[in-house]
Design a protein around this ligand. Structure first.
Ligand code: COA
Ligand code: AMP
Ligand code: ZN
Length: 432
């Protein structure tokens, strides 16, 4: 049974009882890994020290760096023969991260996504189209399995080819679509070019938008353009993918499923809990995962817990829409990129100096990254410069998965700042 109505409607005290029971189980499962055994020993704690939910604070944080150092399988609490899927972060420069799943993990993930989709009114009989990248992007398979679990006809359209995407919408009678907010704008633009009026010519009524920060204004714009209700979906690969937190029909905050996660909001500098309702970094502990549970994982996403209760009747806490990151990760076209990945590629070219600038723009519904990089020495060898530009762009695309525009500029021409160099200029409109 995918809906777990008994979990969805838990009262606060029932949530806390369940969380403690699941936290204890999770902590003892974590002792199957050398990583957590060592962490606990270094901090002089044992699983028996976790007797109440407030004992969670005794456990040290887990970070992305920990995941990198445990690559690929060191964080597994089960023998590899019980792992049926892995998702990995992109990139070849630094060490990537890997998330492992047992069959039960995949089932629970699909249940969580199905629960979210049901919450916003989708039902068997709806036709659900997914414009996420598949493969390693968890928005692909995550929504696929969740939508199928709900019994919807599910169209794995995947990213790109907007005209074909629109043809599917009209031909199949797609009623619900998952698209990142910036891509929703692109879909509308191409619909206009094709003479398609989404209200008149499609059956779309629901859009699921997520994977990148967006404002309330942007949501309303998407709703008006496409004639739909748009719901904010939050997730991340480390926590499975989509299905972590989702707006209900009130569209006022994202319910985070507390039978799956324990939520904390901490000050990213001091790592102390913030005052109730204040913005800080989201820290999550998985309590319903087998292969790779994570204790107090620092997500680096900035948000707050909304005060008060939700008129929908669910008692699972609500997160405010994401306010940004406490690290320098960029999200472009739904792809996560760290500037260091770009720097590492650039620094491999002898011809290039140390200064570069990444500019993000979104002219006419097309998100774009421009990488300007200084040449070490003056050159007027046009053919060589052209070939060099092409090769840099190719290598960057391999690394970050999106296509940048590369511009070689002469030495000393990029603006210099006092102190720490500014590497990223985000000029995208209505970002947050
Ligand atoms: N979702 C779906 N399609 C997208 C997209 C997105 N986030 N971003 C761009 N596209 C479309 C473009 O509109 C274009 O199609 P069109 O010309 O028919 O309109 C096509 O993909 C190629 O885009 P382009 O910007 O030229 O390519 P790129 O090389 O810079 O980016 C992508 C390549 C699109 C494959 C890459 O950005 C991607 O896979 N994005 C999806 C990531 C994702 O699914 N994230 C969600 C995780 S939950
Ligand atoms: P990934 O691991 O590729 O799924 O990316 C996860 C990251 O995408 C999160 O840590 C957030 O930074 C971002 N993200 C996902 N969903 C949202 C959302 N609804 N709003 C803002 N940012 C989001
Ligand atoms: Zn609600």
């Amino acid at each position: 049974m995918y809906l777990h109505p008994e979990f969805e409607k838990l009262t606060r005290s029932e949530i806390e009882v369940l969380q403690l029971e699941r936290l204890k189980k999770t902590v003892s499962r974590c002792m199957n890994t050398e990583f957590y055994r060592k962490r606990f020993a270094e901090n002089n704690i044992t699983p028996d020290d976790i007797r109440s939910l407030s004992d969670l604070y005794k456990i040290p944080f887990t970070t992305k760096q920990d995941l990198r150092e445990s690559y690929p399988f060191k964080m597994s609490t089960v023998p590899l023969s019980q792992v049926v899927r892995l998702h990995s972060s992109s990139g070849t420069t630094g060490t990537p991260t890997v998330i492992l799943h047992t069959q039960k993990d995949l089932d629970e993930w699909a249940n969580a996504v199905a629960r979210c989709l049901y919450m916003v009114g989708l039902r068997q009989g709806d036709i659900f189209q997914n414009s996420s990248g598949y493969g390693m992007f968890t928005g692909g398979l995550g929504f696929q399995y969740g939508a199928e679990r709900l019994g919807m006809l599910t169209v794995p359209a995947a990213a790109g080819n907007t005209r074909r995407q629109i043809k599917f919408i009209t031909d199949f009678g797609t009623t619900a679509l998952h698209a990142i907010p910036s891509y929703a704008g692109r879909l509308y633009e191409v619909m206009e070019e094709m003479g398609i009026d989404p209200r008149r010519d499609t059956r779309l009524h629901t859009l699921i938008i997520g994977a990148e920060p967006h404002s309330e204004e942007q949501r309303r714009r998407i709703e008006n353009m496409l004639g739909v209700k748009a719901y904010n979906s939050f997730g991340m690969s480390e926590m499975c993918g989509p299905g972590v937190a989702f707006e209900c029909q009130e569209q006022n905050g994202l319910h985070i499923w507390e039978d799956y996660y324990i939520v904390e909001i901490v000050n990213p500098d001091t790592l102390e809990p913030v005052k109730e309702g204040e913005i800080g970094e989201l820290v999550l502990t998985t309590i319903n995962r087998e292969a790779m549970p994570l204790l107090r994982y620092r997500t680096r996403d900035l948000t707050r817990i909304l005060p008060g209760s939700c008129p929908c009747g669910r008692h699972h806490k609500r997160l405010d829409r994401m306010k940004g990151r406490s690290d320098d990760m960029i999200i472009l076209k739904g792809v996560n990129i760290f500037p260091i990945q770009i720097e590492t590629i650039l620094m491999q070219f002898q011809e290039l100096g140390n200064d570069y600038l990444i500019t993000l723009t979104n002219e006419e519904a097309n998100d774009l990254m421009t990488v300007e990089v200084e040449l070490k020495e003056f050159s007027d060898d046009y053919h060589h410069l052209q070939a060099l530009t092409k090769e840099i762009a190719r290598q960057l695309k391999d690394e970050i998965l999106v296509t940048p525009v590369v511009r070689l500029v002469s030495k000393g021409s990029l603006p210099k700042q006092e102190g720490k160099a500014i590497r990223v200029k985000d000029l995208r409109k209505t970002l947050i």
